[in-house]
Design a protein around this ligand. Structure first.
Ligand SMILES: *[C@@H]1O[C@H](CO)[C@@H](O)[C@H](O)[C@H]1NC(C)=O
Ligand SMILES: *[C@@H]1O[C@H](CO)[C@@H](O)[C@H](O)[C@H]1NC(C)=O
Ligand SMILES: *[C@@H]1O[C@H](CO)[C@@H](O)[C@H](O)[C@H]1NC(C)=O
Ligand SMILES: *[C@@H]1O[C@H](CO)[C@@H](O)[C@H](O)[C@H]1NC(C)=O
Ligand SMILES: *[C@@H]1O[C@H](CO)[C@@H](O)[C@H](O)[C@H]1NC(C)=O
Ligand SMILES: *[C@@H]1O[C@H](CO)[C@@H](O)[C@H](O)[C@H]1NC(C)=O
Ligand SMILES: *[C@@H]1O[C@H](CO)[C@@H](O)[C@H](O)[C@H]1NC(C)=O
Ligand SMILES: *[C@@H]1O[C@H](CO)[C@@H](O)[C@H](O)[C@H]1NC(C)=O
Ligand SMILES: *[C@@H]1O[C@H](CO)[C@@H](O)[C@H](O)[C@H]1NC(C)=O
Length: 714
């Protein structure tokens, strides 16, 4: 009953608040990013969520080797040679006491250091190459360029770059195909017709030496890998072999040109146009040779597909317009970061795998993704009614990782499926102390499933609610089975404890003495509550273990009238290490919805927020902390605070919208962008339990806000 009443409320609200349809194109175009110099901090990007091309001021990678990254191309370094450590099967992990029994955790084992390190660093994601311009056969530097001017046309997904060399104008357009991993380029200049401007393709070697790599790969290890060229009229294929990894670049051009290898001691190829002032080519990256029938795409065909896809992206789904002249000036800053985030998340964070925190811009954590961050990367798509982008990964991810997650739980003596953490596409979780002891990724499938279920009830999704219930049932069962089996019955207190050992969201307490952490205690309740409802909705029995654990979990940890990071913690509000990092306590009301199964005391919550406010080191906060604080403020009915958090000086985006990592993590850190959109989505679309709240209630007074087509948050 309840959701139906609420969705009627939404419809009414939407009609009231969008009496005039927003001219979305007009709003988007105002915020197209512009540059007149290469940035060494971040590229301009074009991409399709699965593949992205990072460009310097030339629209290519002439001056700086920004990356060409995909979610599918990975490389392994050779395995260690030390006897007993020559294969992943030789790695055994370490055993820690866990409630009077030894449990094996995937952590680096000092006795097996080489294979432990290998498993952390491999596979790592491949930078598939570099495409740039040569002038009279030589490389270009920024100093060779004048009259530089670049803008990204977000409405069509096309990057426009103008500059001049020796007084002659050059114009470059760069665009990526939404349906294949193809970058298409148009060059326009009399220098092209004169044969003075040519294009190079180059290929780096990969190592797992750097956990974070802004410019990915080694360009001078040419003897470690091989490339070869095959040409066929207006088409060439470059095969790149790096150890066991092989992939192909298929280059197709329209005007007369010739391609050749520059020298056998490098992996650099030169494509030299002749006769025409306009030259266009496409480069498609694939794991297997591309059939001829698939390699006929032209620049104009790719530009058309891009235009169609991006127009649809901006037109369908939700939109918020904050540009009314009555609004305070900071509304434009917020609008800008919203639109740039929308663009960059579609480029960097919408493939069959969860995004890496640095997306497809550079390699963070060797390019591996983190399952606890998937909630941040994923939920905003649902709230903004862009389910297609979310479902590229959500439809298959948990099914795909289910077998290894069953194994992980079974090896540790638990039932159900224990989801991994820092993963590669095969689902192996990299060894690590935090990696193996973090637990807040566990309830995520329940969060996503509930969002889908609610969206099927209000008709946002095409599927019937029963189909959604059916689709998720085995995953949710496996998830909740682990959650109840993980909770330990403490016979001296007669309650179920979470941990030790465990790491909470804040990763700043000693794992062997951390138990009943605040966010996890609330999230376990949320999860088991949804899992139980799932069974009831299907008229299936609720496993009694779930009910027993849900009803007997240790109480949320409280000290001196405040919710604290975990049970028994000493001096939580006056210890520096405990008053920085992610403030998990604000997540229990905001990120998590209120629920009968999460017994919150609002006076304690208020006191907790006051304690955070007065003690927290926000200088060390980063990424999703600010959206999480905003979501809490929104649910507390404090819209001005919510917006203030989203505009906090510690929550920065650069000139092209890249989320700045800040004191703790490198740039870009996309959970910040994704969190921003989720929080804005809450303010714009509301949430299921806020019956009767209006748009005006959720935004600061005096703001004129126009919204269209938002879904609700839980
Ligand atoms: C380049 O852009 C910066 C910042 O937008 C501006 O201050 C500067 O005047 C521009 N330079 C040129 C040569 O256009
Ligand atoms: C890397 O090695 C692992 C373990 O042997 C294997 O499962 C995976 O397929 C390899 N990946 C690549 C890209 O070679
Ligand atoms: C936790 O306890 C295990 C023994 O069960 C020990 O090996 C490990 O070093 C301890 N970890 C920390 C961080 O103290
Ligand atoms: C590049 O130059 C063309 C022709 O003068 C102009 O139409 C276009 O707007 C310019 N683009 C940029 C990015 O400045
Ligand atoms: C290769 O390049 C890296 C930097 O990318 C540098 O540190 C290293 O010394 C170079 N090696 C050789 C053999 O030139
Ligand atoms: C590169 O090697 C191939 C065969 O190994 C040879 O035919 C070709 O002449 C060499 N090219 C250059 C530029 O040295
Ligand atoms: C190849 O072409 C077919 C038919 O046009 C298309 O369905 C498929 O997606 C293409 N594959 C790639 C890699 O572009
Ligand atoms: C039971 O709970 C108490 C109080 O939280 C704790 O000190 C004790 O270590 C727990 N017992 C076990 C066996 O974990
Ligand atoms: C707060 O965090 C910043 C950034 O990490 C750090 O430099 C500073 O020392 C911290 N302040 C305190 C009181 O811990």
């Amino acid at each position: 009953m309840r959701p139906i009443t609420i969705s009627q409320g939404i419809l009414l609200l939407a009609t009231v608040s969008s009496t005039a349809t927003i001219d979305r194109e007009e709003v988007v175009r105002q915020f197209n990013p512009r540059r007149n110099a290469t940035s060494e901090e971040s590229p301009m990007q074009v991409g399709n969520g699965n593949f992205a091309f990072g460009a310097d001021i030339t629209g290519l990678q002439s001056v700086l080797p920004w990356n060409i990254l995909s979610t599918w191309c990975w490389h392994n370094s050779s395995l260690p040679q030390t006897p007993g450590q020559t294969s992943p099967a030789d790695y055994t992990g370490v055993q820690w006491w866990t409630h009077d029994r030894l449990v094996t955790y995937a952590q680096p084992n000092p006795e097996e250091d080489e294979i432990s390190q290998w498993l952390i660093r491999n596979p790592h994601r491949v930078n598939m190459g570099r495409i740039g311009l040569l002038f009279d056969g030589s490389g270009i530097t920024e100093a060779d360029l004048a009259d530089t001017s670049q803008y990204l046309d977000m409405w069509n997904g096309i990057l426009h770059s103008n500059f001049s060399i020796e007084g002659a104008a050059v114009s470059v357009q760069t665009v990526v195909d939404p349906r294949s991993d193809t970058v298409a380029v148009q060059l326009q200049s009399e220098l092209v017709g004169q044969g003075r401007l040519s294009v190079f393709f180059d290929y780096p070697y990969m190592t797992g030496e750097n956990k974070f790599e802004t410019f990915v790969g080694l360009w001078n290890a040419t003897s470690n890998h091989a490339t070869s060229l095959h040409t066929f009229r207006q088409r060439a294929e470059i095969k790149h072999d790096l150890d066991a990894t092989t992939y192909y670049t298929t280059i197709v051009w329209e005007e007369p040109a010739a391609i050749s290898r520059i020298s056998n001691s490098s992996h650099k190829y030169i494509l030299e146009p002749a006769d025409s002032n306009v030259f266009t080519f496409t480069a498609t990256y694939t794991p297997n040779p591309l059939r001829v029938s698939n390699s006929s795409s032209t620049f104009s065909a790719v530009a058309d597909s891009s235009t169609t896809w991006w127009n649809d992206y901006w037109t369908a789904g939700a939109f918020v317009d904050l540009t009314a002249v009555e609004n305070p000036p900071e509304s434009l800053a917020l609008q800008g970061r919203i639109l740039l985030s929308q663009y960059l998340l579609a480029v960097n964070g919408a493939s069959a795998n969860p995004p890496q925190e640095s997306g497809l811009t550079n390699n963070g954590w060797y390019g591996k993704f983190h399952l606890e961050m998937y909630l941040w990367h994923g939920v905003h798509w649902a709230v903004w009614n862009r389910w297609k982008c979310l479902r590229r990964s959500l439809d298959t991810l948990y099914q795909r990782f289910l077998p290894t997650s069953f194994e992980r739980a079974a090896d540790q003596g638990y039932t159900g499926a224990r989801w991994g953490k820092m993963s590669d596409p095969a689902g192996r979780s990299a060894p690590g102390e935090i990696n193996s002891l973090l637990i807040w990724q566990q309830p995520h499938p329940l969060y996503f499933a509930e969002l889908e279920y609610q969206a099927s009830l209000d008709g946002t999704l095409e599927e019937e609610p029963n189909e959604i219930l059916d689709k998720w049932d085995d995953i949710l069962t496996a998830t909740a089975d682990f959650m109840s089996s993980y909770a330990f019955f403490n016979s001296s207190t007669d309650v179920y404890d979470l941990g030790p050992p465990m790491y909470p969201v804040s990763e700043n307490t000693p794992p062997n003495s951390t138990m009943n952490a605040i966010f996890e205690s609330a999230y376990w309740r949320f999860g088991l509550s949804i899992a139980s409802a799932w069974k009831s909705r299907q008229d299936k029995p609720i496993p009694s273990e779930w009910t027993t654990v849900l009803n007997n979990l240790a109480p949320l940890p409280v000290q001196d009238g405040t919710y604290v990071v975990c049970e028994g913690v000493q001096d939580p509000w006056s210890t520096d290490s405990l008053t920085e990092d992610h403030p998990g306590a604000v997540g229990i009301y905001g990120l998590l919805p209120p629920s009968d199964d999460i017994p919150l005391d609002m006076a304690i919550l208020d006191a907790t927020l006051a304690a955070i406010d007065s003690t927290w080191n926000f200088t060390a906060s980063f990424g999703w902390d600010f959206p999480m604080l905003a979501m809490n403020a929104a649910r507390m009915g404090r819209p001005q605070e919510a917006v203030d958090w989203l505009l906090d000086p510690g929550f920065q985006f650069d000139d092209v919208g890249m989320p700045i990592g800040g004191a703790r993590v490198p740039t870009p850190y996309f959970p910040a962008s994704a969190g921003l959109l989720w929080a804005v989505g809450m303010l714009a679309g509301g949430w299921y339990s806020d019956e009767g709240s209006t748009l005006e209630d959720r935004w600061p007074s005096g703001w004129q806000v126009h919204v269209e087509d938002f879904g609700k948050s839980l």
